[in-house]
Design a protein around this ligand. Structure first.
Ligand code: ADP
Ligand code: MG
Length: 204
């Protein structure tokens, strides 16, 4: 499976720009229930991926995703680095198996399960998983991109009602309730940006 270089380059840029535009907001969410660095962590990761966009875009898609994942692990830091990194690296590995009938949504499911194992976390723990699983479910049901956007927005919002069970926010216990999880928010922002870009660049 060959990455479409122009599409991948566009997606890298749209993710970078989205995180840059929302970095302060993500830091504010993280200040409420964590240490206030999620926006800057994600921004560092996206800048690092952008810096190697030309190399990454020339790779077959599975290799490109693995490379992006590795860069994210090395550059984001904190808890989110290994988690976003695992997501992308596992997506790459799973898509490499696509010759054996692996489709995009089941590859994403395997990758999200790997993130959950890595974080020892589950759906409902108030983390980025609470956006990833609903988005994957919508993809598996072949929902239109506009519905996936809606699902991502809603599911990030739903984390406000949850009590954090993992990560720094878990130290707050009940006091984490009432705040949107920063990782869920970055995940929703990225999902929405990717869906909108794909909608605009859909082949005629
Ligand atoms: P740190 O907590 O090290 O400062 P970040 O602020 O960049 O890292 O990322 C925090 C986000 O990472 C949380 O909002 C949550 O979504 C996610 N997260 C943290 N720990 C876990 C975990 N064990 N499993 C899944 N997600 C987690
Ligand atoms: Mg933090």
């Amino acid at each position: 499976m060959q990455a479409e270089p122009v599409l991948l380059a566009g997606l890298i840029e749209v993710c970078r720009a989205t995180i840059a535009a929302n970095s302060d907001r993500l830091c504010a969410l993280d200040r409420a229930i964590g240490d206030g660095d999620h926006g800057t962590n994600m921004q560092r990761g996206c800048e690092a991926v952008s810096a190697e966009e030309a190399t990454v875009s020339s790779l077959p898609l599975p290799d490109a995703l693995e490379r992006i994942g590795l860069t994210l692990v090395m550059s984001i830091g904190g808890a989110a680095g290994p988690l976003y990194g695992t997501l992308l690296m596992e997506m790459g590995r799973e898509l490499r198996k696509s010759d054996q009938g692996q489709d995009f949504s089941s590859a994403l499911k395997q990758a999200i399960d790997a993130v959950a194992r890595r974080g020892r976390s589950h759906a409902g723990d108030k983390t980025l998983l609470d956006v990833l699983y609903p988005v994957q479910d919508a993809l598996a049901h072949r929902s239109p991109l506009t519905d996936i956007v809606h699902r991502a927005e809603l599911s990030a919002g739903f984390t406000a009602a949850m009590k954090a069970m993992r990560g720094r926010a878990a130290y707050l216990g009940e006091r984490s309730i009432g705040h949107v999880d920063p990782g869920a928010s970055s995940c929703a922002l990225l999902t929405i940006a990717i869906c909108r870009y794909l909608e605009e660049h859909r082949p005629a």
